[in-house]
Design a protein around this ligand. Structure first.
Ligand code: F6R
Length: 616
């Protein structure tokens, strides 16, 4: 949610900042802005719209300086206009800053500033923050900036990742963090800070993640950033190394990140299972949770929390864990769980599933569960993000950077990780039949190749199908059992990037309401595998056909019978039911992608969305 990049060093900051914004744009793209200190004054440029509009606006301008901050916005307070775009300059022009998060008591701070005759011009909470810090500085002109920051933020409530410059101290860059992530890239004589590693790793892989309620002062003459706590002494910062490949965050010849990431799924699954399966005896090893296995095994139930696609992965996780581990599993929307005073029993285990590791509601749900005594686990992709830092233990999915706003490879990697988790627990608890255990592991190992073949085989036919989808206004996705969550995921993918209204339903539930929507214009995608529910799903298909609905079936390879029931059939390889969601979701991802492209939608940056939802 919003992207921040900041620089202090010896180079001209402007190109580096604009390039950083391009890499961060998937976090928000309502408006963008940059401020560079030219030696005497701040040069500030902002533009409503995308980073390309900002880049266009500053082309030919002489904007240079060795310290600067930049921002790409996903609007929370105030419309995405020029006035509301960041950076925001304080009333006395001493402070300029960019901000990610929400200042919850901005009304209170505004009132205090107005009493002093300071009147904000934009609608944003961020502008208030800039005046507020400048005003506190004026009250305490002799204090160090460490003390000014502590005093100013003592009265600020909400969430923030802030990067700021001050005119009185050229080349100084100040960062402040509560909740919204910030990391500092450590270069030779330079620091590159950002809300997300993608803007930092082209320059350096040595980083320090700012922890909760920490701030940092950076100056090119410093060997190390000066890190301090907002409330108390900060712990010694820990340097980390990020091993993501720069090429992996480029589009690599694909027209969109989403398509690239769909086709990266074989590798993502391979990376997720690599090193976690031991032969003879065949078994799963999960080093990230080995230290807390006793507590996991002692739990009488598990709760999985997440949002959006990660919540869908959690639903599949429920089917997997209940079948293979025989432990009851609750799946909760993180945003509901955290606010409804849930019962957390002694010995409970709460697992947060999150690609970014930064989703505000998922993080807050885990924190709440931790404060009530639960063991909290994370299944995350982004190494060093907040969730893995705050959980007791966890599993990285190792999907590599996911840039397209619509989650694809993270979903199948999450399912792979949850399958490993269920297999591991099932084996240790002896709740899974040994033959099934070995079969699932063997077939899991073949999945990367099956996924690659399926994508290659289905891409063109699905592109063709998309031509008839592009004019639809509604679509229904049906599935049962393990593939009910996939129906939800297929519908989410379609609506978020093509703006066609779509709903996912358990196939049998359709007749309790949605069936009223079916007519000849309504495409109905049905996941109808030859599994334990095959006959039931065929009956559901008949119900759709009887009302004139168009049926598109996702079926098991070799099932010719299904052809008489469906307008078109897309086959996936025959795998055991618990593994099937990793394959059935592939045609649905491709369908959403090609439909969105045909409708001229911005696939990687759909309207109103942002990749990492770090506000509530
Ligand atoms: C949908 C999508 C979102 C995310 C959700 C959670 O394609 O990407 O629904 O799944 O915002 O994000 P993470 O997994 O980062 O917690």
């Amino acid at each position: 949610m919003c992207g921040i990049v900041a620089y202090t060093g010896f180079r001209n900051a402007t190109p580096l900042l604009v390039e950083g914004l391009r890499r961060l744009e998937y976090r928000g793209y309502d408006s963008a802005g940059i401020a560079v200190f030219s030696g005497e004054r701040f040069q500030i440029y902002k533009q409503a719209g995308k980073v390309s509009a900002l880049a266009q606006a500053i082309r030919g301008e002489d904007i240079s300086g060795t310290v600067g901050i930049a921002h790409t916005r996903w609007a929370t307070h105030g419309a995405p206009t020029h006035a509301n775009a960041h950076p925001h300059l304080s009333y006395d022009e001493n402070v300029v800053l960019v901000h990610n998060g929400i200042i919850e008591n901005h009304g209170f701070l505004r009132a205090r500033l107005e009493k002093e005759g300071i009147h904000p011009v934009s609608e944003t909470d961020t502008e208030i923050l800039s005046h507020w810090i400048a005003w506190v500085r004026r009250q305490f002109p002799t204090l160090t900036w460490t003390e000014v920051i502590r005093r100013a933020f003592a009265d600020v409530e909400g969430t923030f990742g802030v990067a700021m410059m001050v005119r009185e101290a050229p080349n100084l860059l100040i960062l402040v963090r509560r909740f919204s992530p910030l990391l500092i890239g450590l270069g030779q004589g330079e620091f590159i800070a950002a809300s997300d590693a993608t803007a930092v790793i082209p320059h350096t892989r040595e980083v320090i993640h700012l922890a909760e309620d920490q701030a940092a002062i950076l100056h090119p003459d410093m060997d190390e950033p000066q890190i301090f706590g907002l409330r108390e002494q900060a712990c010694a910062p820990r340097r980390e190394y990020i091993d993501w490949d720069v090429a992996a965050i480029e589009r690599g010849g694909y027209p969109h990140f989403m398509l690239k990431e769909i086709f990266e799924q074989p590798q993502a699954i391979r990376d997720c299972i690599r090193g976690r399966i031991r032969q003879e005896p065949l078994e799963v090893r999960l080093g990230g949770i080995s230290g807390v296995m006793d507590r996991i095994l002692g739990a009488s139930r598990l709760t999985l929390v997440g949002c959006g696609t990660s919540w869908h992965a959690a639903l599949v996780g429920k089917y997997l864990i209940e079948q293979l581990v025989q432990v009851p599993v609750n799946v909760e929307y993180a945003s509901e769980f955290r606010y409804r005073d849930p019962v957390i029993l002694h010995g409970d285990v709460v697992m947060g599933i999150s690609q970014s590791g930064e989703t505000a509601d998922t993080l807050a749900a885990l924190r709440m569960a931790k404060s009530r005594g639960a063991l909290i686990l994370g299944v995350t992709n982004v190494v060093g993000s907040s969730i893995p830092r705050e959980t007791h233990a966890g599993i990285y999915i190792h999907a590599g950077p996911e840039i397209g706003v619509a989650s694809t490879k993270a979903f199948t990697a999450q399912l792979s990780a949850l399958t490993l988790f269920a297999l591991h627990l099932g084996a240790v608890r002896y709740t899974i039949d040994r033959n099934l255990h070995d079969l699932l592991i063997e077939r899991l190992l073949t999945l990367p190749d099956l996924v690659a073949q399926t994508l290659d085989r289905l891409n063109e036919p699905i592109k063709k199908l998309a031509e008839s989808f592009a004019s639809a206004t509604n679509a229904l996705y049906l599935g049962r059992g393990y593939n009910f969550p996939v129906a939800l995921e297929g519908a989410l993918k379609l609506k978020e990037i093509s703006y066609i209204h779509a709903e996912g339903y358990p196939a049998a539930e359709m007749k309790h309401g949605p069936i009223a929507l079916i007519d000849k214009n309504m495409p109905v995608v049905v996941i109808a595998l030859r599994d334990s529910l095959y006959e039931k799903v065929l009956s559901n298909i008949q119900e759709v056909r009887a009302r004139g609905g168009r049926v598109i079936a996702i079926a098991t390879e070799g099932d010719e019978n299904i052809q008489q029931y469906a307008e078109s059939v897309f086959y996936i390889p025959d795998v055991p039911e618990p593994l099937s969601p990793i394959l059935t979701v592939l045609p649905l991802q491709l369908l959403a992608y090609h439909t969105a492209v045909l409708r001229g939608c911005d696939v990687d940056q759909p309207r109103n969305l942002a990749k990492s939802v770090t506000v509530e």
